[in-house]
Design a protein around this ligand. Structure first.
Ligand code: HAM
Length: 430
């Protein structure tokens, strides 16, 4: 029998301690901005009924047809690992009667999503999204607010080269005429389409506009676009969104072929693209979905939202010369060293006092190692300071501090040392 291979399956990865500062950095930016923009956090489970996404995201989307992790649980229920966050939030909105709360309701979420797509740079099978949704606000100002929130997130996170693309994909009133025109056009060019698009053409002709295959690109360039078929309500809504974005000085580009990969969109659709990411260049995307709540069993309620892929944001930031979070391990905290019997009696008390004062601290767990072994351990553990409790210094009411980064050391009076370290540990911000 071969050796047991317990390594992770393709497309999923561990986030190791040295990568954590980037995640904490982004999560802090999300929380700080959510507070400023008055969005409230919601957490939904990773597991949902598969039916939610079939209904919500759409039976004929790539996500549901090809990418969703679906399985039967031990009770025979068909469940899915969530491939996206909007349908679950809508489900929660309906399930908890959130429409009875004051509207508009502004929610945000952070968490892992799962799609079984071919892994490549910027695309994995488990990835993390930060998303936001506004319920109960039908007007263009809500679209502008959601785009402003997304844009503020990217700017505040420090992402440099990104662009906003905007389109309107129409509503149930204008969509049938568009779909008919698309089918007519693509049927006339059937042999020029990729095999996937030949099928899409019958089930979901809008999606052909979004095909990345080189063969389809040429046909798509000359195809009708949603813009040519917008009803007057969609037209004026879209014009007002653009007007508002201009008022907020948020630059954008109209992309008439932007259609997005999920079926729930009506009206405004948008994506933010980064030039530094290669093929998977969408940092995020979103749009309006005015019928989803109703389709999921709730009262008619308009919605608009976005989601960004946090791995892609981190990737874009890590390529910038001015990456805003530490990428290596930073020396931190205090290692309390007891070189002799006297010090050992005091060691546990010092660690406790430092921790209660908010100074990250640790000690050696091997009893009675010598001074040099403990200092080596302090260095290996990445401590910034070694606090040495030598009997001679203690007898004079002092302790010795060694700065393990600069290699300097000095004594401080016992009564001053905790305050001094506290100021150092918090960078003097307290
Ligand atoms: P989406 O465009 O499918 O939209 O995903 C949003 C973002 O998630 C993408 O732009 C990308 O950054 C990231 N992403 C998607 N798939 C992967 C993957 N396989 N690996 C890494 N990152 C990925 C939605 O999910 C909608 N729920 C957005 C929304 C919210 N619309 C309205 N409200």
């Amino acid at each position: 029998m071969g050796k047991l291979d317990l390594r992770l399956p393709p497309g999923v990865k561990d986030i190791l301690p040295e990568e954590i500062p980037g995640w904490h950095y982004l999560e802090d930016v999300v929380r700080e901005l959510a507070l400023l923009y008055r969005f409230h956090e919601i957490r939904t489970p990773i597991l949902e009924k598969a039916l939610l996404f079939k209904r919500g995201v759409g039976e004929t989307t790539d996500i549901v047809l090809k990418e969703m992790y679906v399985f039967k649980d031990r009770g025979g229920r068909e469940l899915a690992l969530r491939p996206e966050g909007t349908a679950p939030i809508v489900r929660a909105y309906v399930e908890h009667g959130l429409h009875t709360r004051p509207q508009p309701l502004k929610l945000y979420y952070l968490g892992p999503m799962f799609r079984h797509d071919r892994p490549q740079m910027g695309r994995s099978r488990q990835f993390h999204q930060f998303g936001a949704e506004i319920f109960g606000a039908p007007g263009p100002l809500a679209d502008a607010e959601i785009i402003a929130f997304l844009s503020a997130f990217l700017s505040r996170a420090g992402v440099r080269d990104w662009e906003l693309e905007l389109n309107s994909v129409g509503c149930p009133e204008c969509r049938p005429r568009l779909l008919a025109a698309l089918q007519d056009y693509f049927r006339a060019h059937l042999t020029e389409l990729c095999p996937d698009c030949r099928q899409r053409l019958e089930r979901n002709p809008l999606r052909v506009l979004d095909c990345k295959e080189a063969v389809c690109q040429e046909v798509v360039q000359r195809a009708p676009t949603p813009m040519d078929y917008l009803c007057s309500r969609c037209q004026s809504h879209f014009a007002a969104v653009q007007e508002e974005l201009r008022g907020m000085e948020l630059p954008f580009r109209i992309n008439p072929r932007l259609v997005r990969g999920l079926d729930y969109y009506t009206g405004t659709a948008f994506e933010v693209l980064s030039s530094s990411l290669g093929a998977q260049n969408a940092l995020g995307g979103g749009g309006r979905y005015d019928y989803l709540v109703q389709e999921c069993g709730g009262p008619p309620t308009p919605g608009v939202g976005f989601a960004v892929g946090l791995e892609r944001v981190l990737l874009a930031l890590s390529k910038q010369p001015d990456c805003p979070f530490p990428t290596g391990e930073k020396r931190q905290g205090v290692f309390v060293v007891a070189p002799d019997e006297e010090g050992r009696r005091e060691q546990a008390r010092w660690v406790r006092r430092l921790r209660s004062a908010g100074v990250p601290s640790d000690r050696d767990y091997v009893a009675e190692r010598g001074l040099r072994a403990q200092l080596r351990q302090a260095d290996r553990m990445g401590a910034r300071w070694a606090l040495i409790l030598g009997s001679e210094e203690l007898a004079q009411g002092k302790v010795r501090l060694r700065d393990l980064e600069k290699g300097e050391q000095f004594d401080l009076p016992v009564e001053r040392v905790i305050d001094w370290l506290k100021t150092e540990a918090t960078g003097g911000k307290e």
